[in-house]
Design a protein around this ligand. Structure first.
Ligand SMILES: [Zn+2]
Length: 215
């Protein structure tokens, strides 16, 4: 896909997520792999509500900034995914309410933080890893993602927000939407003994759709 089209797509999806209240103010960032092996990244301090396609940060294949504004200070999160998941074509990070709420509850399982309530959460997310809290911009968040060695496509930084990688931007956005909606379902049904998918139902989905389900 051409750079021009990728720039348009980044701005379209960012605006869409902003309009739906998935991330506010100047929070959230997106990166997308370009055809030449570089990256297009949303700039630091920019709002998803009004991104300028011409000002996106453009990196070459060696990781050098070659045009646009300075990138998000949460770059370590993005580069850690590209370094460890060769299938990653895009990474989306938001400050979205429901997954952050779930990250703060004491009985949330850090190794499988979003319960398997629907088939699509299993299909699009696999198991979601809860990572600890880090100061914004702390390079240690990248190390935490790297320590997963590419086994997870979706993580949530405690008290901060989710980060999801996909094969392309649309896949990453759809997975992010599933993460936020399933977190919302988990919160809505909390304390009501919800009946989620059973282990055989999950195995059936994993086998049928040939998913990379991290054990
Ligand atoms: Zn953030």
């Amino acid at each position: 896909m051409s750079d021009a089209r990728l720039r348009e797509d980044i701005c379209y999806w960012a605006q869409s997520m902003f309009a739906r209240g998935l991330t506010g103010g100047a929070s959230g960032n997106i990166s997308v792999r370009t055809e030449d092996g570089g990256l297009l990244v949303t700039p630091t301090g920019s709002s998803f509500g009004r991104l300028d396609p011409a000002r996106l940060s453009r990196f070459d294949e060696r990781g050098q900034l070659i045009s646009g504004d300075a990138p998000t200070k949460e770059m370590p999160l993005h580069t850690a995914f590209y370094e460890t998941r060769s299938s990653a074509g895009a990474v989306v990070h938001l400050h979205s309410t429901h997954s952050v709420a779930l990250s703060m509850l004491p009985d949330t399982n850090p190794d499988d933080m979003v319960p398997p309530l629907t088939a699509y959460s299993v299909m699009r997310l696999g198991r979601v890893k809860l990572l600890p809290y880090f100061r914004p911009g702390d390079a240690a968040m990248g190390d935490a993602v790297r320590s997963l060695a590419g086994r997870r496509s979706a993580v949530v930084l405690a008290n901060h927000g989710p980060v999801v990688a996909g094969k392309d931007l649309e896949a990453a956005v759809f997975a992010m939407e599933e993460l936020e909606e399933t977190s919302k379902l988990a919160l809505l049904t909390r304390g009501h003994s919800p009946i989620g998918l059973t282990d055989p139902q999950i195995r059936d989905i994993v086998q049928h759709f040939k998913l990379d389900w991290d054990a």
